[in-house]
Write a protein that binds this ligand. Structure first.
Ligand code: SF4
Length: 351
């Protein structure tokens, strides 16, 4: 066994966190945990994992579920395409493979929502296949220990790290090796202020010996962030409101929010009420503005959303505003629908 693998496995066996998906070889449960944990911290994802397992103990249970139920259980986790892909893939496994999760890497990789990292994780954790996982933690550990300066978000960088990770994997213990390197990155070789003096790899670590920890790993492109300005219209007519099912290929597809008017800049209240978008939308409806919230700031990976909620009291029914994708509901019934976290935050002060 190579020195690197030996050291991180020894470290892992002493320091690993006790996590439920590490105690199983069931590929369905491992897949579920991996999809939940993409872009999500372990402490945040834990309850979601337990709720999903409880509600859908097997891939067939998940396949049979209504999409609305899956989305509701996912509410608050973000990156909702993960939930949609999870459901679609469960249906495919249920029908095409009779509920048995495929075990070879290429077939796992062909599943919707499964990338190279997730395929390697499932193939190694569930089936002990020697495919190295390369996630953000692994990039950090390898770039620091081996002094690799190739950007991790470049095609050439991804290839280089992938080759190295596969060279280092212990073919006799691929599952433990992969778990170990990821845990090592998450707990020991942290992004900021890692405890290098107490680290089992410090004698072989390039970044430690050259004092270059803060410079590694290297990223070529900083993500561009776009500002968006949302004006949510929260109607009230005799205890009823309107909600909107998001069907376009924007963020939050298939979730519910309120009717939305998006503007290119933040408008004052007067500017908004005079805008052609508002006038066109509200038409002849008789209303008063009950209140306007301050902007709720909501940060996504590529977008910063500033959302204000306009509470509008209607003097006459709002039937003219109800369409194929908007529905009229009793205000408190909104809790039955899957909504984005931004709406959930607003509702905290409302219900
Ligand atoms: S010595 Fe520091 S930088 Fe190097 S692997 Fe250990 S924790 Fe990471």
């Amino acid at each position: 066994m190579n020195f690197f693998s030996e050291k991180i496995i020894d470290w892992y066996l002493i320091n690993k966190r006790d996590l439920p998906w590490r105690k199983t070889k069931d590929a369905y449960l491992i897949w579920l945990s991996e999809i939940i944990l993409q872009q999500t911290r372990v402490d945040q994802g834990m309850d979601y994992y337990l709720n999903f397992v409880n509600e859908f103990p097997s891939v067939k249970h998940l396949a049979k579920a209504k999409n609305e139920k899956v989305m509701k259980l996912w509410q608050g986790l973000g990156y909702y395409s993960r939930a949609r892909n999870l459901h679609t893939t469960a249906q495919l496994i249920s029908e095409k493979y009779n509920g048995k999760f495929p075990s070879d890497y290429e077939t796992i990789l062909s599943l919707k929502g499964v990338g190279e990292y997730t395929a390697a994780a499932i193939a190694s954790f569930a089936f002990d296949k020697p495919h190295a996982v390369v996630d953000g933690n692994v990039y950090r550990v390898l770039s620091r220990v081996f002094g690799i300066e190739t950007p991790i978000d470049s095609t050439i960088g991804k290839k280089e790290f992938n080759i190295l990770a596969n060279k280092l994997i212990n073919p006799k213990k691929p599952s433990t090796h992969n778990q170990a390197i990821m845990e090592f990155g998450a707990m020991q070789c942290k992004p900021a202020n890692p405890d290098c003096l107490g680290c089992v790899l410090n004698t072989m670590c390039f970044a430690f010996s050259k004092k270059r920890i803060t410079e590694l790993p290297v990223k070529a492109n900083k993500t561009k962030v776009r500002n968006r300005y949302f004006n949510y219209i929260v109607f009230n007519y005799r205890g009823k409101t309107i909600i909107n099912k998001r069907i376009t290929k924007d963020i939050w597809t298939n979730l519910y929010d309120f009717p939305l008017i998006e503007t290119t800049t933040e408008l004052s209240e007067t500017e908004f009420l005079k805008s052609s978008e508002w006038k066109k939308y509200i038409g002849e409806l008789d209303y008063t503005v009950k209140s306007v919230s301050t902007a709720f700031k909501h940060i996504l990976s590529h977008q910063k959303i500033y959302a204000r909620f306009w509470e509008i009291s209607c003097k006459t029914p709002f039937n003219s505003l109800v369409s194929d994708t908007t529905i009229s509901i009793k205000k408190n019934d909104i809790t039955k629908f899957a909504v984005p976290r931004l709406i959930e935050n607003y509702l905290k002060g409302w219900i």
